[in-house]
Design a protein around this ligand. Structure first.
Ligand SMILES: C[S@@+](CC[C@H](N)C(=O)[O-])C[C@H]1O[C@@H](n2cnc3c(N)ncnc32)[C@H](O)[C@@H]1O
Length: 283
């Protein structure tokens, strides 16, 4: 394991997601697939204005081909991810696609997607699944994406909500291990006022819901390990080391128990579909 000392948060995330990219694709992405399917399913392709599709935090790129298939025509679908390792996995997936017309429309590149300036003409659709909650100042990032859209364009986002919005404590304790000590619950949620901010910024909120799905593991220990070896807890391993993680794992396993033959959790993600208004009133 390389030392994470001196890395900024962004560098740490890039290194961590690069390290776990293949494991994420194999072990965690299939568990997240129901939310991805629901987010793609909520995009009304017939209503999109001109412009490309931009996919911030595309990870191993599963959604890139899904979107290209769901949105017929010649429009480009461009994935951006902070982690070069994720981009490598995404590019391998694209190269393996047997449909050459689809392949020509879809690409993935490395970059910080908090700001989208420099990624070509205003997008018709910005689509991002499970990346926003990792970005610094996620509310400002979301509003920046809305402003970057072509008027009439869509923003489709799913993210893991902060603890106040997560009904499954066995999940929020993994993404925010401070909860195991009971510390983080009182903090204000970054997305508390997101719907009014979206409307003030000229967005129509078409969908704002919080679907949950089951994720099945053999045991709490296996659940913790998947999140650490293939997911968001890995950056904590890089930063604080294996002893710290073992202590957290012990607390997790003590707090949450196997039910019946396994360990099933049912987290909820917040899903937002927003349309940038086409005509702003001048009065
Ligand atoms: C949980 S994965 C989600 C991947 C994919 N969208 C999916 O649903 O399977 C989160 C991804 O967000 C990326 N990410 C985090 N911060 C980012 C940023 N500022 N810009 C671009 N990507 C970022 C990480 O590198 C990681 O690949």
């Amino acid at each position: 394991m390389s030392s994470a000392k001196g890395l900024t948060r962004t560098q740490l995330l890039a290194e961590s997601w690069t390290t776990v990219a293949q494991q994420y694709e194999k072990r965690l992405a299939p568990l997240f697939q129901p939310w991805l399917d629901q987010l793609v399913g909520a995009v009304d392709a017939g209503q999109l204005p001109e412009g490309p599709v931009i996919v911030p935090a595309c990870g191993p790129g599963i959604e890139l081909l899904m979107l290209a298939r769901a949105i017929p025509g010649e429009r480009q679908v461009i994935g951006i991810d902070l982690a070069q390792g994720m981009v490598d996995v995404a590019q391998a997936r694209l190269q393996a696609c047997s449909d050459s017309l689809l392949r020509q429309r879809v690409s993935a590149c490395a970059g910080d997607a908090c700001k989208l300036a420099g990624f070509g003409p205003p997008p018709a659709l910005i689509f991002s699944c499970f990346g926003l909650q990792q970005m610094p100042e996620p509310q400002e990032v979301l509003l920046g994406w809305l402003a970057a859209l072509e008027p009439g364009g869509l923003l489709a986002v799913a993210y893991w909500p902060p603890p106040a919005g997560q009904r499954e404590i066995a999940f929020s304790s993994l993404t925010d291990p401070g909860l195991l000590k009971g510390g983080a619950m009182g903090q204000p949620a970054w997305d508390e006022e997101i719907s009014s901010r979206i409307m003030e910024a000229g967005g129509d909120l078409l969908i704002d819901d919080s679907p949950n799905h089951n994720m099945a593991f053999d045991s709490p220990a296996e659940c913790f390990e998947v999140m650490m070896d293939a997911g968001p807890l890995h950056s904590r391993l890089l930063r604080y080391g294996p002893e710290h993680m073992q202590t957290l794992k012990n607390s997790y396993c003590k707090r949450f128990r196997r039910t019946g033959s396994g360990f099933v959790i049912s987290p909820n993600a917040r899903r937002l579909i927003i349309r940038r208004q086409s005509i702003r009133s001048a009065l």
